[in-house]
Ligand binder design. Structure first.
Ligand code: IDP
Length: 143
């Protein structure tokens, strides 16, 4: 994703609690532009494939069950240094360790139900964006 794009999901728990508007506002206020976005729901098979890298870990089954439990907001975001800046904005994986003012500190309730996903590398951002979006659903050249 050429270093200036990342992929995010607002997870089912946060959507269930109507936090998506507040989270998207934080994302925009931090300087990210939304280049693709949809409300959708993953099947257990899709959630299993999305988190394939964690297969075999003790939290995998629970994570897959949670991530397929309801709608998510998937989005591609653009900003210089997107991957790193977005990981900073969302905070540590475990909300107990997340810095004050981060999305996870404000909106997460546990390590599994941690409000948002953020890609951790350019390679994964590309893979994850391709998982959800066709080229017709992306607006990279739009100003
Ligand atoms: P990240 O989402 O901060 O990149 P990853 O290590 O990629 O963290 O893990 C993916 C997701 O799996 C996390 O967001 C979290 O929901 C869940 N997860 C990670 N580690 C644990 C754990 O130790 N217990 C329960 N769930 C976990």
């Amino acid at each position: 994703m050429a270093g200036n794009r990342t992929f995010t999901m607002i997870k089912p728990g946060a959507v269930r609690k109507n936090y998506e508007g507040a989270i998207l506002k934080m994302i925009n206020d931090a300087g990210f532009k939304i280049r693709a976005m949809k409300l959708t729901r993953m099947s257990t098979t899709q959630a299993g494939a999305f988190y394939e890298v964690h297969k075999g870990k003790p939290f995998y089954d629970n994570l897959v069950k949670f991530m397929s439990s309801g709608p998510i907001v998937a989005a591609i975001l653009e900003k210089e240094n997107a991957i790193e800046d977005f990981r900073k904005l969302i905070g540590a994986t475990n909300p107990e360790n997340a810095a004050e003012g981060t999305v996870r500190k404000l909106f997460a309730c546990s390590v599994t139900e941690n409000a948002v996903h953020g890609a951790d590398s350019d390679e994964n951002a590309t893979r994850e964006a391709d998982f959800f979006f066709s080229t017709f659903e992306r607006f990279y050249d739009y100003e």
